[in-house]
Structures are given as structure tokens and as C-alpha cells.
Design a protein around this ligand. Sequence first.
Ligand SMILES: *Cc1c(COP(=O)(O)O)cnc(C)c1O
Length: 332
Amino acid sequence: MQLSDFPRVKLAHLPTPLEHMPRLSEHLAGPDIYVKRDDCTGLATGGNKTRKLEFSMGEAMAEGADTIITVGAIQSNHVRQTAAAACKLGMACEVMLEHRIQRPSKTYTSSGNIFLDRIFGANLREYPAGTDFDAEMEVVAAEVRESGGIPYFVPGGASNTIGALGYVDCGIELLKQFAEQGLNIDHIVTATGSAGTHAGLAVGLRGSGSDLPILGIGVNAAQDVQEERVYKLAVETSELVGTPGCVERDDIIADCNYIGPGYGEPTESMNEAVLMLARYEGLLFDPVYSGKALAGMIDYIRQGRFTQGQNIVFLHTGGSVGLFAYADSLTL
Ligand SMILES: *Cc1c(COP(=O)(O)O)cnc(C)c1O
């Protein structure tokens, strides 16, 4: 795999730390749990989109674009990191925000990520749930061109093959850290949403000859839909990096039993997980993605599906800024 063939801009603090969580491991009395700190990527409070944006923004620069167009939920971590990256590279940022949760509070629509999007001066446009964003993107792109700009579209979550390269790189980085720290890891757990993180990781690991299992915990779609989405993107990404066929359908597992009422809607198990990680490890996670993924991992440990003697890595994908938007809906 030759990632150096792709245009890339430096946005993230890499490598991110890989740390043991001794108090959490002891509390749950199961496997030893490690955390890969992709919440520490550095850009605008960090998160997983920064790795992807190194490649997306690299391509935008290579194409001579001066305006980024992207899309996400009102509390999108992706939009926040994209808006910051555009500032850093001297580009304008047009954002299409989708209202995806039921009866949002005033805090949800004004605090957390959207507050930071405004600080970064992104031009925010709001749309109802279910909008056809492919069509809207064309409308926005035409507007940008009309006023003399050169648009570049970054899809939701930066989850196309270019963005997924960021997580191919993370997979390679993890294998290096396991070797350096002398760790024998049995499983990686990550939240899986727009699929680029999960797909990229799968390609990074399998393309490097590692058969380490990855458990994705879904946050929006049903299992078959999510697994197909990840698998399709992994296949395309493996072709892009020159390791076609390295990921098999069976490599892609998404457990979608921890979503609760829907995307971005709080659950009791997420609430418990966020407080547990804060109070045992001093770590902040997020209510939409990593909190639900942690809830899944904790449940697997309680069910004895991850056991003592194993070593588990939880990929912290960031997003704690979103906690502020949920100040009214978490039970403390
Ligand atoms: C976007 C996001 C994810 C999901 O990553 P995908 O590549 O979209 O699957 C997980 N956690 C956080 C905090 C995110 O912002």
C-alpha cells in the first residue's frame, strides 16, 4: 500500500497515543482495555474526521479548489473539523446541515458543534431530514461557480475512498504501535456511521497482512445495510491503494443493537458508558457515536463475549464537543 502517492495536507497530530485503561479494565473485570486516542488529532478539538480530511483537503488543494462544500447533522463533528480545516487552508466552507433528531432542544441547535461551526465562519444552510443532498450539492456548487469560486465536495463524514485513506493509515499506525508496545491485541472496537473509519481500518489491517477482528458498533442503519456500506467502501478503497481483494465480506461485522430510538437519540446505556469512562478514566466521549459504541463494548464484556486475558482496543473517534449540545438530555 502506497499512501504517499495521494495528495495530503498535514492537519492531524500523529501518531495519536495508544493508552491502557487500567481502572476501567478492573471495574469491568474482563479484558484489558486500551484506547486509541483519535480524539487527540488536534484540529478544532480533534476527532476521526481530521485523519480523513488530510486526504480530502489534499485532493481539494491539488484540484485548485477554493470553496469546500460538505454536509452533516446539526451536531456533526465532521462539519466542525471540515470548517476548521477550510480556515487553516484559506478556503471558504459551505455547509448543508440536516435536522436529523426529533424535537431538538434549543441547546442542541445552538451549542456544541454548531456553535464552533459559526466561530469558524462557515456558511450554514439548514435542511429538513431526508433532503436529497446530492441534488442540493449541485445547487450549492452552481452558486459557488457563479460567484467565481471553485468548489470541492466532501461527502458526509468524508466517507469516500479518498477520506477512508486516513483510516488505512490509522490501521498501519496501530500495527506499528502494537509492535512497539509488545501488545497482542485480540479485537478492535469502533463506532461505525458513514463507514469510512471502519472500511479504512479494515483495508489498513488486512492490506498489511493482519487478520485482527474489527467490531463496528452501528449508530444509525440496520446491520445488513451498514455491513454492505462498509464492505463496498472497503472493496473500493482496497482497489485504490493497490491491495484488491484483501477484505472479505466476513471481515466486516457491524452490531447495530445499541442505536436505541435512532441516530443521535440518547440511550440509557450510552449515558452510563459516558459517565463510566469519565469517572474511571477521566476521558470524555460523545453521545452520538463513541458513547453508543462504548455501550456495545461494555455489554459484550458483561455478556462474556470479551473475556479476561484478552486485549481489546477501543478506537476513540472524538466528538466530546457534542456533549454540550446534550446537556439537557443526559442524566448525571
Ligand atoms: C463521524 C464519527 C464517527 C463515525 O465514523 P464514520 O467514518 O462516519 O463511520 C464516530 N465517532 C465520531 C465521534 C464521529 O464524529
